[in-house]
Write a protein that binds this ligand. Structure first.
Ligand SMILES: Nc1ncnc2c1ncn2[C@@H]1O[C@H](COP(=O)(O)OP(=O)(O)O)[C@@H](O)[C@H]1O
Ligand SMILES: [Mg+2]
Length: 438
């Protein structure tokens, strides 16, 4: 069990002068990870999520000690660990490609690391120094009673190992077997212990890879896209298996994925990353309902959140929003989430309105927003209706629970659920709402 604290962590991979010049020209940061700050509590399940290349694996590898840290401080259990050797961190890592030895059985793969490992054991040994001292004393003693007493004491020391001695020893075969059987039980792979990787499915191999991590009884589990090689159905079931495993072992897990559904379903805490920089940290529901910027809003959730370039006029009482088709929609200020003061000027500002398809209703009420249907797709439990405001604007989606008779070209009237409207600054794309506690 361990807590992990990352403070102002930077990572710069070695660059050639040519590469550096190119980056400068394009104004790209040379850092794969930049000013990364995160507190991971003991026993927590944290998910790092973001598009490919955003620095997830780099961050994980720095925690594992497989990659040097260019700047900042990494604390594991309050111990500064930047320069602690990977082998001394007691952290296990599971990779996308399983990294099992092909010529070994599952049992062999799980046993391999344990066989190499030395653990300190406290043994009780005969206290030779004390005996020596007593023998010396015996030589100097004349008194028979005293001699007898010394002899008894020496005898007792010889028969009762009383001195504690710490030694480094390998696990015994029986100890290794016990650990493997226990892990195999948890992961339901007892029947696979004699098989080699080539005789197992991807899901089974990944279970064995998890088993190999589990037998080490690490303080921290790091998982780097462990389910990416599996098909969709297996991924879904392995997701819940890994969450269950976390509940069983109650150890700190840091899980990396580019798949926002994995992040949403597995994480207690999600860290959304982009270009080496943390965008937002929070519980899945907070990330989904209160994204801090347009990137997070668009990255989390399928279908993607709809965005419109709008003009906002927020006054002390009312908020007017002009949509791209020039339709104005109005709200009472308190119908929306709390807007930062600097946006409540009564003057028109260009902002980005974001709204998820499930927060748009088709009501055909008077005063609604006119739109036309482009097409509708039935997804089974929901229906996705793709619309546009008019011919000059982008498409957006509406997600409804019912089936629909709507056909391409049909005219509809829609409305936006006020509490689910997101507003982002046009320039920096950050939310214009106050955060909790502000
Ligand atoms: N060994 C390396 N040498 C140089 N650049 C690297 C190395 N590994 C990763 N990078 C770069 O660092 C950035 C982050 O990579 P990575 O952490 O692998 O991203 P992710 O795991 O989120 O896909 C990328 O731009 C990648 O090209
Ligand atoms: Mg990666």
């Amino acid at each position: 069990m361990a807590s992990i604290s990352l403070r102002h962590i930077f990572k710069e991979y070695p660059h050639t002068a040519k590469e550096r010049k190119k980056e400068e020209e394009k104004n790209i940061s040379p850092f794969a990870v930049r000013d990364f700050n995160l507190e991971i509590k003991d026993g927590e399940f944290v998910v790092l999520v973001g598009p490919s290349g955003c620095g997830k694996s780099t961050t994980l590898r720095m925690i594992a000690g497989l990659e040097d840290i260019s700047g900042g401080e990494l604390y594991i259990d309050d111990v500064l660990s930047n320069n602690v050797d990977a082998s001394k961190r007691n952290i296990a890592m599971v990779f996308q490609n399983y990294a099992l030895y092909p010529h070994m059985t599952s049992y062999g793969n799980m046993a391999y690391g344990l066989k190499l490992r030395k653990v300190s054991k406290t043994l009780r040994v005969v206290d030779k120094d004390a005996i020596k001292a007593l023998k010396q004393k015996r030589k100097e003693t004349k008194d028979d009673e005293e001699l007898k007493r010394i002899d008894e004491e020496i005898e007792s020391l010889k028969n009762n190992p009383s001195k504690e001695k710490t030694v480094l020893v390998h696990y015994t075969k029986a100890e290794i077997d016990e650990k493997i059987q226990k892990a195999a039980e948890i992961l339901d792979i007892k029947h696979l212990l004699d098989r080699k990787p080539s005789d197992m499915s991807g899901g089974q191999r990944q279970r064995v890879a998890l088993g190999r991590a589990l037998v080490r009884e690490p303080k921290v589990f790091l998982l780097d896209e462990p389910l990416s090689n599996l098909d969709a159905k297996l991924r879904a079931s392995m997701r819940s298996e890994i969450v269950k495993l976390h509940r069983t072992v109650k150890t700190t897990f840091v899980y990396v994925t580019h798949d926002q559904i994995e992040a949403m379903t597995m994480g207690e805490k999600i860290v959304v990353m982009k270009d080496g920089v943390i965008q937002q940290v929070g519980a899945p529901s907070v990330i989904y309902d209160k994204p801090l910027n347009k990137f997070v809003a668009g990255f989390i959730g399928t279908p993607q959140m709809n965005f419109f370039n709008v003009k906002l006029k927020a006054g002390a009482k009312d908020v007017h929003i002009t949509l791209p088709n020039n339709k104005e929609i109005s709200f009472k200020l308190d119908e929306l989430r709390k807007i930062k003061d600097e946006y409540i000027t009564g003057e028109e500002k260009e902002v980005i309105l974001g709204i998820r398809g499930e927060n748009i209703s088709l009501n055909n009420k008077k005063g609604g927003i006119d739109a036309q249907v482009v097409f509708a797709e039935m997804l089974g439990n929901t229906t996705n209706i793709i619309c546009k405001l008019d011919d000059s604007t982008d498409e957006f989606n509406i997600s409804i629970q019912d089936r629909t008779e709507l056909k391409p070209g049909d005219k509809v009237s829609v409305s936006f659920n006020a509490t689910a409207i997101h507003l982002f600054d046009k320039e920096n794309e950050e939310t214009i709402y106050l955060s909790e506690g502000e």
